[in-house]
Design a protein around this ligand. Structure first.
Ligand code: LLP
Length: 427
């Protein structure tokens, strides 16, 4: 199941128009308006099933990472497939709980958790809090004592590997802000074993994101497994979980998606030697290819020898192109023939960095027609902003021949809800 043909949620109907599963995109755009995110439930279910099948040889839990996309209905869909959750803030913890995850299904991670967030996680009785430093571990112990609890903790160890991915999404290299330096891991484990209000139940790493090779997983997991045996020899008898993070890469342009069969082949035997439960925290793999951003073309412009397609979506809806130089395939939604054009596909925001694609050959799309920006299911809506007082887009989930709005478009009132009309001054 790992490497077979992936379910295609976005396809062209016989008349040439794009649809998501059985629903024409133009219909959704007409009824809901644009800009708009559309998600295919079939893709999400398919990805979850593939990953679960690949990991099946060992005891495991898949904890979907909310930062990729935290819309409640998507969370419920993943929960229904059997997923747990991984959260990195009090807000994400609330989202997970309100979507129906029980706290015992939730991993709490993140490099800068506040006391309030830690208190909330301890009070809720999350399954695991991944600590990223000795100082944090001591803090968790103190807050757990205050709450009269023993907090289950994992130690996030920096795997200290150099990886080929975008600089901004590298997290597992020596000297970056994430995790406990490898050389200090044993000392921090000793501290954990001494503290009365934490129970050391896991070891954790996260390599980075959008990884397409299995070698780093092999190298990282080998180091973590070796460390496990060292720490166990110190008397750590409660360790149950080996968390190898997320990072499984997907195809945006022509990247090789990570080969799950090969991944399982090299990583699972290492995990099996420990007898621990394998935890993974995938985000992009489960939802990245499952979503698209749909926008309406407002204007065409030719200036300075350049062609522009000006759409009603840009960096405020999908930040990835302007923030990471990320490639997202763009297609015209409407069928029929049209000649290709090399153009910058840009948004309405008052910034030159507001673009979805630069110098891209796309089908010439005219005002009133729609474009589909592919693979926007992960790190799309969640990274959107209201800059220029733009209202955040709507989100729609398609399931077979049906679709439903799962996040309504923001209103002007929503935009200004937090403004204080008559400030109360303190002196
Ligand atoms: N676990 C930890 C500790 C993480 O930091 C991340 C992602 C994940 C799991 C999930 O990684 P994934 O499976 O989705 O690769 N905004 C960027 C991606 C940032 C990823 C941050 N950490 C982007 O749009 O490419």
């Amino acid at each position: 199941m790992g490497s077979g043909v992936l379910t295609a949620g976005f396809v062209r109907a016989p008349d040439g128009a794009m649809q998501c599963e059985g629903v024409p995109i133009e219909r959704i755009a007409r009824e809901v308006g644009t800009p708009l995110f559309v998600y295919s439930s079939a893709i999400i279910r398919d990805r979850y099933a593939r990953l679960a099948a690949a990991l099946a040889p060992v005891p495991h839990r898949i904890h979907y990472t909310l930062k990729a996309n935290s819309s409640r209905t998507l969370l419920r869909l993943l929960h229904d497939q059997g997923a747990g959750a991984e959260v990195v803030s009090g807000g994400e913890l609330q989202r997970a709980l309100r979507a129906g995850f029980t706290a015992s299904d939730v991993i709490f991670g993140g490099v800068g958790k506040t006391d309030d967030e830690l208190r909330e996680a301890i009070r809720a009785k999350v399954m695991l809090i991944n600590a990223e430093s000795e100082a944090e571990l001591v803090r968790i112990d103190a807050l757990a004592r205050e709450a009269g609890r023993v907090a289950p903790v994992g130690l996030r160890i920096n795997p200290e590997l150099s990886l080929a991915t975008h600089d901004y999404i590298k997290t597992g290299e020596r000297g970056n802000k994430f995790g406990i330096p490898h050389a200090e891991a044993e000392a921090v484990a000793r501290v954990a074993l001494r503290l009365k209000n934490v129970a050391l139940v896991g070891l954790d790493m996260h390599l980075g994101s959008q990884l397409s090779r299995v070698e780093p997983y092999h190298a990282g997991a080998s180091r973590l497994v070796a460390l496990y045996f060292e720490i166990k020899a110190l008397g750590a008898s409660a360790i149950r979980y080996l968390d190898i993070g997320g990072g499984l890469g997907v195809r945006y342009e022509n990247e090789d998606p990570l080969d799950l069969d090969k991944f399982a082949e090299v990583v699972l035997p290492l995990v099996a030697r420990t007898g621990l439960t394998l935890l993974m925290e995938p985000g992009r793999y489960l939802v990245g290819n499952a979503g698209a951003l749909v926008a309406t073309v407002l204007y065409r412009k030719a200036t300075g020898g350049k062609q522009y397609i000006i759409a009603d979506a840009g960096m405020t809806e999908l930040l990835r192109p302007s923030h990471y130089d990320a490639y997202h395939k763009i297609e015209r939604v409407e069928g029929g023939t049209a000649k290709p054009v090399v153009a910058d596909v840009v948004g309405p925001v008052c910034e030159s960095g507001d673009f979805l694609a630069l110098d891209r050959e796309v089908v010439d799309t005219q005002p009133g027609e729609h474009i589909l920006v592919h693979d926007a299911g992960a790190y799309g809506y969640v990274m959107s902003s209201t800059y220029n007082s733009r209202r955040r887009a709507a989100e729609v989930l398609v399931d077979g021949d049906r679709f439903a709005v799962i996040t309504v478009r923001e209103t002007y009132d929503d935009l200004m809800r937090l403004d204080v009309d008559t400030p109360t001054w303190s002196a």
